[in-house]
Structures are given as C-alpha cells and as structure tokens.
Design a protein around this ligand. Structure first.
Ligand SMILES: *[C@@H]1O[C@H](CO)[C@@H](O)[C@H](O)[C@H]1NC(C)=O
Length: 331
C-alpha cells in the first residue's frame, strides 16, 4: 500500500503540480502592447456592470481599439464621456436582429479595409428569477433566454465573418450556473446553452483548422446591483401576485414571512460565497483578449473553482443531497 503511494500517487501528484506551475507562467505571456495597437475588439452590454468596467479597463491599460455596444442612450452618453478616442460607442439591442445587423454594418464601415475583429466579447446579459422556480411561466424563461443565449448566438453568427478576417477570438460569458444547474428561472437554461454553443463553435473552428478561438468565462456568485435583496423582495412579491391561480392554490400557505425568509436565506448564502469584486471578471476578459495563450475556460472566484465545478462532476444523488442541505424551503 505504502509502495503504491510512493511509486504511483506521489509521482503523479508531482507531475500535476509541475504542469500547473508551468501553465501558470506560460499563460502569463502577453501579446506585445504595440502589436495590440491596431487590433479591434467589439464588446456587447457596455451600459453598466462587467462590460462597462471592461471597456474602461482596456481603454486605460491597452492600446486596443474598441467598439462598445450599449442598449440605452444614457449608457452610450456616459461611456462616451469617460473614454478615449480609441473607444467607439454604438447602439445595440441583442434581442433585436435588425439592431445587430445595423451595428454590424456600422462596425464594418468604421474598420479600415481588410481589417477584421481581433475580439468579439459577448458580455450582454440579464439575471433570472432566484425565487421558487415554479412561480414563473415560460414567458419569463423566454425573456431571459432571448438576451443571454439567443443574443449571444445572433451576435456571434452575424459578426463571425469579421472575426474570421481578423483571425480573432470570441469570448462568451457563461456562469457557474452553466455548469451546475441551480434553479434560477431562465438564467440556468441560458447559461447551459451558452456553454453548449461556445463548445460546439470551438469544435467547429478546430474542425476547419481555423486560427480563431473561443473562451468561456464562468464567474461564480457575484454581488452586483442585479441581485440587491430589496429588488428581489419586490420581484418575488410581484411574481407571486401574478402567479396562475392553480399554482397559487398549491402555495396557499405562503405569506410575507415565507418570502422574507427566502430572501434572507438567499442573502445569507450570497454573503458566504459571493464577492463584490467584479474586477476578477474583468481580469479574465482582459487575459482572454491579450494573452498569447488564452484559456478555453475561466473559472472565476473560489466558489466556482472549489464548489460549483467539482459539484458538477458529482453523481446526481450527491448533488441532490447537497442541494437539500443548502436550500430547505418546505411549503
Ligand atoms: C430591444 O428589442 C426588443 C425586440 O425588438 C424590444 O422588445 C425591446 O423593447 C428593445 N429594448 C430597448 C431598450 O430598446
């Protein structure tokens, strides 16, 4: 037994550690800043959050030229004000094909001739409903999936020719929810879809020997203004009021107390596992766009690396057990 430990397990462990250390330094090698100076990156969802922070970061730390898609007039005006002339802000609604097509024509017109995109960053996204899964209807799922999944697919398929010309990279934001299906209506489904779409696109690019690549970001739980507890209470109440009568009948014992407890549990859980440091996500985006050897997957924050990804490999009965421990919401 001891022999086996010395002869097999320890050497394997040593190899694994050596490979990881080598990888760590290998991944640190960046493309030279001058070489990035004439490359163009298109980013969606730059009004607020990760996308907004990413544009301002890249504008400051790199010489990349950026096209930033914003949904709202206010988002466009604000971003335009605080960025250099290397950033061009454009209107974009990822749920509207016309808008994507118009944006594509605009980007094509503004790119120097024979120049494509070095990066396409599918960042735009919305959050789902983290209250009880069966309180919402299919329309709710559809709303989230339209932005988070169909938006990514539509933007990618439209801009792909420019990425091919630029021998560029596609960077898609998924989530730990795309690896471990926490019941968050629409969000989980959309993120599993983004994982599937990104992987299958990468396989396709390999099969045609394309120099283009795909990276997937998998952030764990982040505390942003999207998951503010007050907003959650309002949303849960609203959804509860508008629930189908047949379902309301099943949940007839639910009262204000129950809802407050739901939000409190959710909040306590977020306090333990989440981080407000959205720069971690921006770091991953920046690496995917500026490293010589970007990763195919970026697990971001310890909860993703140590909890959700390992849990995703567990047998179903163990996953069920853990979920039962974590969420106890008997009606
Ligand atoms: C985005 O496009 C969808 C579909 O056309 C539309 O329903 C929605 O109102 C648009 N959003 C904004 C902010 O323009």
């Amino acid at each position: 037994m001891l022999c086996m430990l010395c002869n097999v397990v320890l050497p394997l462990l040593a190899c694994f550690v050596a490979v990881k250390i080598f990888e760590h330094y290998w991944r640190k090698r960046l493309i030279s800043s001058d070489s990035l100076a004439d490359r163009y990156v298109f980013i969606t969802g730059c009004d607020t959050g990760f996308g907004n922070r990413l544009v301002r970061r890249l504008d400051k730390t790199t010489k990349l030229r950026l096209f930033a898609g914003c949904l709202t007039d206010k988002g466009r005006a604000d971003l335009d004000k605080c960025t250099s002339e290397r950033v061009q802000v454009l209107p974009l609604n990822v749920t509207d094909h016309e808008s994507i097509e118009t944006c594509f024509k605009e980007v094509t017109a503004r790119l120097p001739s024979n120049k494509g995109l070095w990066g396409l960053v599918n960042n735009a996204g919305i959050i789902g409903f983290s209250g009880p899964l069966d309180w919402v209807d299919a329309k709710y799922f559809e709303k989230v999936i339209r932005v988070n999944l169909l938006g990514v697919i539509d933007v990618t398929m439209t801009f792909l020719p420019l990425v091919y010309t630029g021998k560029g990279r596609i960077v898609n934001i998924a989530s730990s929810y795309g690896r471990f299906p926490f019941p968050v209506a629409g969000y989980t489904e959309s993120k599993f879809g983004v994982e599937a779409f990104s992987d299958s696109l990468r396989f396709h690019l390999r099969s045609i020997r394309s120099p283009c690549g795909v990276s997937i970001l998998e952030p764990g739980f982040f505390r942003t203004n999207l998951n503010d507890p007050l907003k959650l209470i309002t949303e849960i109440n609203e959804i509860f009021q508008n629930m189908r009568p047949e379902m309301k009948e099943f949940y007839k014992t639910v009262d204000e107390d129950y809802i407050n407890r739901l939000v409190k549990d959710n909040n306590d859980f977020m306090d333990i596992v989440s981080t407000p440091n959205i720069d971690l996500v921006v770091d991953a985006y920046e690496h995917a766009l500026t490293a010589k050897w970007p990763k195919k997957r970026y697990s971001i924050h310890w909860d993703a690396k140590l909890l959700w990804i390992p849990m995703s490999y567990m047998p179903s009965f163990m996953q069920d057990f853990i979920i039962t421990m974590l969420c106890n919401r008997k009606v």
